[in-house]
Design a protein around this ligand. Structure first.
Ligand code: ADP
Length: 399
């Protein structure tokens, strides 16, 4: 039997098909640039003899419905899915579950309505997620569909962690509060960390750092999220590829009053023109390192320092929140691969009991690993995230 995981974005559909017996990925891929003149269909699958096969096709893909139909056709023609009856469930990534969803949830009309009601909180993501759900329901009416929410893992945060110091009506009437995102990733790496530490998750205190294009930190107490750096939207907190993270809110007033920016311009500035990109003109951490190494680019150096300094502040804050800490976990494209970021961030924290082993930190390795010194009271772990696997396993558990 198999579980299909779908991540439906505004112009793309990502998918992975898992075999539940061993959780092998039998096929995966992405339909992108939906609605444009030329769309792209990347497809990877395991052949009958166990070989990895890859193909890319370019042709117009008018809408998400056609995109998903093409995915299903290709899954069947490549032998990855011989019959729809082989599908025991479809798991959907849904960005915002608000306060309504604490766990992965089997989708029915009421759940669809609730996801729709959450659109004002996630106008860029929830409509596309919802499209994917409606299309998959129409294509596979017999197969249970499950929504796995990015916000769900953080629903255990206590009130002082999720309330902003704003007039109470804004929470009571408009649901303005911290929700947090990347929950599937934080939860997945927390479970893997517990295995590495050889401790039950509900006895682990962790700080998990998801550092990709979007970045977030989470404080995990006895296996439950008690604070996280992203807020009502994924803009708050750490410095990201193109997002600013934490800011004095009065800067927005200044920008509107003195520079005349309207809300579209503010949105573009904060979400797409800030972060690493705003500081040095590139948002890709590898490119930023190249600018520093080859060109001694001072803007890139500053961007790296701002990025790591903000991270260090969150590590300190969350250590204080937790009181006792077992491990710090790095994940995401930057967290998993960038030894310099790990070093800069944790530099000088020896007195806190956080001692990196630089040989292990810089050793070329892509798997789960310990990069702290054997004598470090707090472990530092690098754990590749796998949000799709987590969604697949939670989906199966829900059905
Ligand atoms: P997304 O959030 O889109 O899933 P990823 O988790 O893939 O993104 O992370 C993308 C970021 O990871 C980019 O800034 C990229 O430069 C960085 N990255 C990927 N590989 C490396 C590497 N080997 N060294 C440093 N940064 C890397």
């Amino acid at each position: 039997m198999k579980v299909l995981v779908l991540n439906s974005g505004s112009s793309s559909l990502k998918f992975q098909l898992f075999r539940i017996e061993d959780w092998a990925v039998v096929a995966s891929g992405q339909v992108s640039r939906i609605g444009e003149v030329t769309g792209t269909f990347h497809y990877r699958w395991l052949s009958a003899t166990g070989e990895q096969c890859i193909e890319t096709e370019q042709h117009a893909i008018a809408n998400h419905h056609i995109g998903l139909e093409q995915i299903v056709t290709r899954l069947q023609s490549s032998g990855a899915l011989t019959d729809i009856q082989e599908l025991c469930a479809v798991g959907h990534r849904v960005v915002h579950g608000g306060e309504a969803f604490h766990i992965p949830t089997i989708i029915d009309d009421a759940v669809i309505d609730a996801i729709r009601q959450m659109i004002p909180l996630a106008p860029l993501h929830n409509p596309a997620n919802l499209d994917g759900i409606l299309i998959a329901r129409a294509l596979f009416p017999q197969v249970p569909q499950v929504a796995v929410f990015d916000t769900a893992f953080h629903q255990t945060m206590p009130r002082p962690a999720y309330h902003y110091a704003l007039p109470a009506t804004l929470y009571n009437e408009h649901h303005i509060r911290r929700y947090g995102f990347h929950g599937t990733s934080h939860h997945y790496v927390a479970k893997r960390a517990a295995l590495l530490l050889n401790k039950p998750l509900d006895q682990c205190n962790l700080i998990t750092l998801h550092l990709g294009n979007g970045c977030s930190a989470t404080a995990i107490q006895q296996g439950r999220s008690v604070d996280t750096s992203m807020g009502m939207t994924p803009l708050e907190g750490l410095v990201m590829g193109t997002r600013c993270g934490d800011l004095d809110p009065a800067i927005l007033l200044y920008l509107t009053q003195h520079l005349g920016l309207d809300h579209h311009q503010l949105d573009a500035l904060l979400n797409r023109q800030s972060g690493l990109f705003g500081l040095c003109g590139v948002n890709d951490m590898r490119e930023l390192h190249r600018l520093i190494a080859q060109d001694h680019n001072q803007d890139a150096e500053l961007a790296l320092n701002v990025f790591c300094y903000r991270l260090k502040k969150y590590v300190g804050a969350y250590y204080a929140v937790l009181g006792q800490l077992d491990a710090i976990v790095f994940t995401g494209g930057i967290g998993e691969n960038d030894a310099d970021v790990r070093t800069h961030t944790l530099n000088g924290l020896n007195n806190f009991g956080i001692i990196l082993n630089e040989t292990a930190n810089y050793a070329p390795n892509s798997g789960e690993r310990v990069v702290s010194h054997a004598t470090s009271p707090i472990a530092v772990l690098v754990i590749p995230t796998n949000e799709e696997l987590e969604i697949a396993q939670q989906t199966l558990a829900a059905v």
